[in-house]
Design a binder for this molecule. Structure first.
Ligand code: GLN
Length: 467
């Protein structure tokens, strides 16, 4: 009998793998009642380790939270449990969701199942790799600036970032609250549809969540808006995939129309000002007193205790962002950074609104390059940030976006994404299904379908956080 964790030894998608624990949770009746027997009954899934599942750990990829066990379950996960789906484990991520490669995880990185010399993308890299490997048919992630779509693209699977507010954030550890949403990674659009229709909807425990009402398309023939990408250099592999996708869409009957999104050029800076500002506030609670490993021996000196707990427990990228966020919010300087960033945010929202009066969907690459190598041969942290340009636009505007495997270039998957107006998730799914019917893509070479029970034996699994 094979063990998922044995098979995961090379990829390191999971931080915790415990299907038994998940099965216990799935068997507990809740006040919202059981709705089992449907297509998700008994289906295993993985959860990014910044989303709470009771009795599982909730490390957020941070050494500071190594020992935190969640006392409660996120609404999105609970809705899946109510339909009989089984959370089998928690997946690796860049610490608190900050990054694009899992290299910022406090527990070591995850490797790309298509090529172990490359990153799986991030921050939900563990979720994407677990799905690409076939460990689970779907996984939950979070998308603040691309963290569901970019790893999905790097691992050759689908990644849905829903409309802001469509899925409750209750139980998602906040990084940048006004930008993020729980999203889904899967190998099949039909699975995304099933999971999305399960987890969406208003939740009294998240006041930014909204009731769902689908945005229907009125035009008969779908028109796809294609923005001018002139000022943003695409690497060869993405350029080639972009041209193939445009050509492919035309061939299967989509109408293409040029659109303008001039604010795109200012978006990355504005995104990082807003994301870091919100992060500096959201992460204040991880101080070694309310949450997090406490530096021993300083109970009489709380200031020193907090300083030491944070400087030992948090990684460099997280510290950098807390400092940046504190800097842009300091008194007297808000106009210069934060308010300017908000104005750019309004501009991109208006530009999309304008575009969607003439088109049904917008097509963009997910990332300017394909899956890059890890370590010094890869992308430095600054270039990784600049490369968030295409993904963070949907977060800044609150729009739904779906990344799909568009082509394989030099043996590696390249993803493109459709964006739509609020609540147009179904439209995005249908467009991807249409594309996949004509241009099906191979699974990653290491993919193996799950066995008849949907998952594999888990006996004797070592704890990935130890050692
Ligand atoms: N790469 C982006 C960042 O580091 C996106 C992260 C995310 O969506 N959580 O902020």
């Amino acid at each position: 009998m094979s063990h998922v964790y044995d098979e995961d030894r090379e990829i390191r998608a999971f931080l915790q793998f415990d299907p038994e624990l998940g099965r216990e949770l799935a068997a507990v009746p809740t006040s919202s009642g059981f709705n089992q027997g449907g297509p998700l009954n008994g289906v295993p899934f993985a959860v990014k380790d910044n989303i709470a599942v009771r009795s599982f750990r909730l490390t957020c990829g941070s050494k500071l939270l190594k020992d935190l066990v969640s006392p409660y379950t996120a609404t999105a996960v609970q809705k899946l449990l109510d339909r009989g789906a089984v959370p089998v484990g928690k997946t690796n991520l860049d610490e608190f969701g900050m990054g694009s490669s899992t290299e910022n995880s406090g527990f070591g990185m995850t490797y790309n199942p298509w090529d172990l010399d490359r990153v799986p993308g991030g921050s939900s890299g563990g979720s994407a790799a677990a799905v690409a490997m076939g460990f689970v048919p779907f996984a939950l992630g979070s998308d603040t600036g691309g963290s569901v779509r970019q790893p999905a693209a790097f691992c050759g699977v689908y990644g849905l970032k829903p409309t802001y507010g469509a899925v409750s954030r209750f139980g998602l550890v906040a990084y940048a609250s006004s930008l993020e949403v729980i999203g889904i990674i899967a190998r099949e659009p039909s699975v995304l549809r099933e999971v999305f229709s399960t987890i969406r909807g208003q939740d009294p425990r998240d006041h930014t969540s909204i009731g769902y009402s689908e945005a229907k398309q009125t035009r008969k023939r779908s028109t796809v808006g294609v923005p001018e990408l002139g000022s943003i250099p695409l690497r060869e592999e993405v350029q080639s995939s972009w041209e193939k996708t445009l050509d492919g869409l035309k061939r299967i009957g989509f109408q293409l129309k040029q659109i303008e999104l001039p604010a795109l050029d200012y978006l990355v800076s504005a995104y990082y000002v807003i994301a870091c500002a919100e992060a500096s506030a959201n992460l204040a609670r991880f101080d070694g007193i309310r949450y997090g490993s406490r530096a021993a021996g300083f109970s009489g000196n709380p200031e020193k205790l907090v300083r030491l707990s944070r400087s030992r427990g948090l990684g460099d990228e997280v510290k950098l962002r807390i400092l940046l966020g504190t800097y842009v919010l300091r008194s007297g300087f808000q106009d210069q950074y934060y308010l300017r960033a908000q104005r750019i945010r309004t501009a991109i929202r208006r530009e999309f609104e304008g575009a969607f009066s003439g088109v049904d969907l917008v097509l963009m690459p997910v990332y300017p390059c394909g899956p890059f190598k890890w370590g010094s041969e890869g992308l430095d942290p600054f270039s990784q940030k600049l490369s968030d340009i295409f993904t963070c636009s949907a977060n800044m505007a609150g729009l739904p976006a779906l990344s799909f495997p568009a082509s394989v270039e030099n043996g590696l998957p390249i993803g493109m994404q459709f964006l739509g107006p609020p609540f147009a998730e179904e439209r995005l799914l249908q467009a991807c299904e249409r594309y996949a019917r004509v241009f099906p893509l191979p699974s990653c070479p290491l993919y193996r379908p799950p066995d008849s029970q949907g998952t594999r034996d888990s006996e004797g699994i070592p704890d990935p956080l130890d050692g």
